[in-house]
Ligand binder design. Sequence first.
Ligand code: CAA
Length: 260
Amino acid sequence: MAYNNIQTESKDNILYITINRPKQLNALNRETIGELSQAFKDGEANSDIQVIILTGTGEKAFVAGADIKEFANYSVEEGKSLSADGHKNLFDLVESLGTPVIAAVNGFALGGGLELAMSCHIRVASENAKMGLPEVSLGVIPGYGGTQRLAQLVGKGKAIEMVATAGMINAEDAHHWGLVNHVTFQSELLEKCQEIANAIKKNSPKAISNAIKAINAGFEEGKNGFEEEINQFGNSFGTADFKEGTSAFLEKRKPNFKGE
Ligand code: CAA
């Protein structure tokens, strides 16, 4: 499919999605959000794809936020719909995707950019990356899940400090705070993501997808993570992947999972 603002490429069962608006530091306008949404849905629907790696074009920015030019003159109603549509079409979609998503944070991840990275299941940052939620410096607040996901990842106190100061933290501090899983040289960023992806690819896609559901349930209003775990654990026993995984272990061979 042809896109205007993103590039996609599949290789070795990994889908690479690259946000490609370098002149705007890969800022997210509504069209880009729509294209990303489509690319993620297509990736999940494609059983050959076992991991998705998301990054931004260039060495300066992952994503420098929502596109400020686009929303600068929005009304209250338009602001609400921008946020609600973003949640539904992209940010919540990525978080609940059954296919694991790794954010390769290759530079600035600000505002909606950090919110997008936080929707991904795993984050790896290059050492030049800078992260922050600077929305209050524009008179607005984070609108793509940042108030919730940042607090989940780094705790309430650090989240309020980051949001209220509108400051940026570097990759080392982000690692220390638990906001990113790993920090690498820029030149090794994709390699590190591929290393994680290759470890993921050895395991049952079905079980991974169900484990993501159970983990997410613990953070969702009205859901009980422990109950979801019991359900998903039980459901595993009815899957072909479970039969294959246990048979392979007992037969002392490598499993050949089909994701079913
Ligand atoms: N939206 C639109 N355009 C953006 C942008 C954004 N979020 N961030 C950068 N750009 C554009 C700039 O306007 C500039 O375009 P022009 O050359 O046409 O002027 C181009 O990208 C390069 O940016 P700078 O010249 O500013 O580059 P810099 O190196 O001096 O600074 C920066 C880099 C610190 C990231 C700075 O660009 C910046 O502060 N960007 C805005 C960050 C921000 O506030 N993000 C939050 C957006 S609000 C949001 O995301 C709301 C939400 O939660 C839903």
